[in-house]
Design a protein around this ligand. Structure first.
Ligand code: ADP
Ligand code: MG
Length: 272
């Protein structure tokens, strides 16, 4: 029987539940422990931002939630179901992912890129697939005439929007964003943050986002989780996280960029 296109109603309880997770990469030369007994729970409707130094395993964690990589030990549940049992199709109907570099297929048009996951399912007619992709194209603020452009004709901001439309094509309740505004100029970045905020509200999404960008962080996060010492050292409201004593937090929020962070907190009081 084909998989239903619409994700089943969400059970009460957390959208993502990560418990006692270990990630160990071993090679003959060295053994590297990336996550050690990491716990993290994300509730329905949150925008949880994941921050941490480079190489602390943020991207690996997103890929594990999506089921693209398997943790060495521990469990990840999405909507109450273990990721290892969901399978690729089960994960695809529940989770949308915006990869760090957009990752569009360069030989496909905008519309073909957006509709790719639906076409792979092979359950809808080409006309329905096309209509669904056109709806998502407009949802991310692109114009119908952009549908037949090729990725090489797009600006950085448009590539992100196409990748976002593709991530949302199956109407997933959970959206994962890896550095959504990295590499965008300030105007495109602001526009993308505004779009993310309205989609989060209108589609009642739960969002997990990796970002280094303080503007993005404070504009969107309901909670911030700090990945350091191979685990989540704190996951709390922005003002609690900033007040938490940890060398990474001091450096990230209160180092040279700290002044700016404090200005942002005053600018966006909802983050407090
Ligand atoms: N498949 C892999 N094999 C070996 N090491 C890996 C693999 N994937 C990631 N790593 C290592 O795991 C660490 C975390 O990577 P990553 O999640 O990409 O970090 P970041 O927090 O910057 O996103 C890095 O040291 C990286 O080199
Ligand atoms: Mg990364």
């Amino acid at each position: 029987m084909p998989e239903p296109l619409i994700a089943p109603p969400q059970p009460a309880g957390p959208v993502v539940e990560i418990s006692k997770l270990w990630t160990v990469f071993s090679s003959p030369e060295r053994r590297s422990v990336v996550h050690e007994n990491l716990d993290l729970t994300v509730q329905q409707g949150e925008v949880l931002s994941l921050v941490g130094g480079s190489g602390t395993g943020k991207t690996v964690l997103l890929r594990q939630i999506l089921g693209l990589e398997t943790p060495t030990k521990g469990e990840i549940k999405v909507l109450g179901q273990s990721v290892s049992e969901l399978g690729r199709k089960g994960a695809a109907s529940r989770i949308g992912m915006l990869f760090q570099h957009g990752a569009l297929f360069s030989a496909f048009s905008v519309l073909e890129n957006i509709s790719f996951p639906l076409r792979e399912l092979k359950t809808l007619t080409p006309t329905l697939v096309r209509e669904a992709a056109m709806v998502k194209l407009q949802m991310v603020g692109l114009k119908p005439e952009d549908a037949y452009k090729m990725p090489s004709d797009l600006s950085g901001g448009m590539i992100k929007r196409v990748a976002l439309a593709r991530a949302l094509i199956m109407d997933p309740p959970l959206l994962l964003l890896d550095e959504p505004t990295a590499g965008l100029d300030p105007d495109s970045s602001d526009g993308f943050v505004t779009l993310l905020r309205s989609l989060h509200r209108d589609l009642e999404l739960t969002v997990i986002m990796v970002t280094h960008d303080l503007d993005t962080l404070f504009e969107l996060s309901t909670r911030i989780a700090v990945l350091a010492d191979r685990r989540v050292v704190i996951a709390d409201a922005p003002k609690e996280v900033i007040a938490h004593h940890h060398p990474f937090i001091l450096d990230f929020f209160l180092g040279p960029r700290g002044q700016r962070a404090m200005e942002l907190l005053r600018e966006y009081p909802f983050a407090i």
